[in-house]
Write a protein that binds this ligand. Sequence first.
Ligand SMILES: CC(=O)N[C@@H](C)C(=O)N[C@@H](C)C(=O)O
Length: 826
Amino acid sequence: MTNNIFLPLAAKHTYFIGSVLLRPFSSVENRLLKQPKSLSYRPIWLNSRSFSVFSTMNNVRAGSSKEFPLGLDARTEEEYSSQSSLLQDFTSIPTIDKAWTFTSDGEGSQGMFSISQPNLLANKKRRYILSCHISKESTDGVDFLWAAFPIEMSNVSLMIPSPSGSKLLVVRNPENDSPTKFEIWGQSLVEKEFLVPTSVHGSVYSDGWFEGISWNNDETLIAYVAEEPAPSKPTFTTFGYKKENSTDKECGKWKGQGDWEEEWGETYAGKRQPALFIINVNSGEVRPVEGIGKSLSVGQVVWAPSTEGLQQYLVFVGWPSDTRKLGIKYCYNRPCALYAVRAPFSKSDIHQSGTHAADNVSPTKLTQSLSSAYFPRFSPDGKLLLFLSARSSVDSWAHSATGSLHRIDWSFNGKPTPDAKIIDVVPVVMCPEDGCFPGLYCYSVPSRPWISDGSTMILSSIWGSAQVIISVNVISGNVSRISLGDSSFSWNVLALDGDNIIAVCSSPVDVPAIKYGSFVRKASAEASWSWLDVSSPISRCSEKVTSLLSSRQFSIMRIPVRDISENLTKGAGKPYEAIFVSSKSQSRNVCDPLIVVLHGGPHSVSLSSFSTSLAFLSSLGYSLLIVNYRGSLGFGEEAVQSLPGKIGSQDVNDVLAAIDHVIEKGLADPSKIAVLGGSHGGFLTTHLIGQAPDKFAAAVARNPVCNLALMVGTSDIPDWCYAETFGYKGKSSFTEATSVEHLEAFYRKSPISHVSKVRTPTLVLLGAKDLRVPMSTGLQYARALKEKGVEVKVIVFPEDTHAIDRPQSDFESFLNIGVWFKKYCK
Ligand SMILES: CC(=O)N[C@@H](C)C(=O)N[C@@H](C)C(=O)O
């Protein structure tokens, strides 16, 4: 069990820079001299004297008999041990990722939930399936009857039920050069198993973006996205280059590299171009969808409704691939369009293998007039094609912005044409009225999002600091918030069960719980949704966690914009939000220390949903102030667009104003404030400790943007540096060959330009495989702090990318964050 795992803490490259530096106590260090408050779970920390004892201990360590893992000493070891046991309890809380429903023979329906949990020892996510019967016989509405135990799905990349629910496709991607496995499951056994060799294609995409896998209606074909086969590489022998069909002896040869190929950046290193394939479920034959070529990366494929003739069409998203590929992860500003293409199997050759349909023609671009179109979904009657667009993001260069929903009336006879009219269903909201719909912010769409009227879609979208469930009438464009409006909790649609919704709901202090929503039409009033609590084994956690969480509370605060005098749009002058998490029993005179938490992006948002790591920090006895500064998503487009060009000032001031807001309300002690942020949140963290050097007792920066002048030449998104530094002018100024003037502007906007003022002890966590914010920028900043005599500790995770989210890295990160804050801000 994960609870009993011992993790060797020295397993990573840990540099403890500066902890042995002795210098006169600064005001920050004086704050350390306070006696810590005790916590209920064995607090162990030192009083004033221990700081100097610590240095002495480090000095004598070489001669002592006890060896500590790198970065630890007797004092920290005790704290690590105590906090790690609590963190393990939090880490084992499962996440509910997906659900599917199936009609059953008798009364009610069947549900299947995909749950995951970190497996620390294996350093992987464990995935389970937990099934249930959904009975509607109960007088209270609905009963979920759960299977006794979940079933682990090891090495499974994707699971896709067929439209009738009678079959399940299970895809297992290889870990090396072995074939990809497709399994077709029936209700009690694996009916078929196909191995697709790497000469046909590589791994099936399961990344949530290029990913697309779709059964056709009669369940004979499956379209999907996989890595194109590896290109051949030059071979050399002891005689030199070996020609393709050369008869040279086989001994003494090696493969060269061939030409370097552009990739899609962060998290896509080593991934080959996504391409379309179809597998025949009867024969196992796989055919590539031809006619697309190298000029498009493809994804999100769905089958178009069947036409009269023999030919079937696919609709997919295409991203231009023959120009410079800029990083695509977290970046919705990459132009993309919907295309239709003929499927390579015609209806006549599905039941036999070996016959090929007539040659494919090139795909038809369906969304000529839009710079972005993705997540295509056909209405149940096949007459409408709905899709999202991030055109405000593509057009402005902000990496994410307010979305819009569009429709094409699908009434083609035979081949789809490029001149179809695009109808706006939900336009971009520029400046929402108070409490009103702020615009679309949807980052996934259920594969079947329709209720039975055939024109209402159920979606999850961000609304202020919460994720909510909305219904959208795709004819009228009417949007209604249907998850409970009076709750600040976050909600997410998992699946539809007929006209009912299975959702997951959580808050910073409530673990995810399942809810069942039903549509009620009241006699006189408007239609509304009622929500039932579903009791489930998934929401149970340890007594310790339950008790700690029950002592915490949260609220969403509105923070007025401080300096409204600037030349601001209306939406940029509206209050922004912060989520405040605190103890229920906190007295007004003695405040818990406060951790200010800052999201990255900057066009992203911290949601009011449950986060294991933040719940852990809160349970250690901290209040949290999670600031959604202007530029965050969920507040309308004018608020998003207010930030580019003003990073390092507007966002920094918003955070400072939010801190002052809680101090003025008597909710935080100004001498006990810490700050934590990753990426752009790390940019803010390091800016804050430079621009407000007396404000923060401790700081943690995860893969922080510390020097834009260094990042611009090494990141997968140099365009981001331009867009955020220069605002709308960034787009026309962008070049791969940055000028001296631009480098200077980047430097001036960066935290490194304030480093000489910093006094706050800072922990820096870095992923060595981060292509987004290469670790050189964080390392340079840490070295500069060390040079100035500031307390700094660096941990590098050699195998991690930007998110530092591999289970062991995430665990070690938050354990160190807990210990760092305990040391400097308690
Ligand atoms: C667009 C982007 O990746 N920007 C980075 C600088 C950043 O802040 N990333 C966010 C998404 C993060 O939280 O990692």
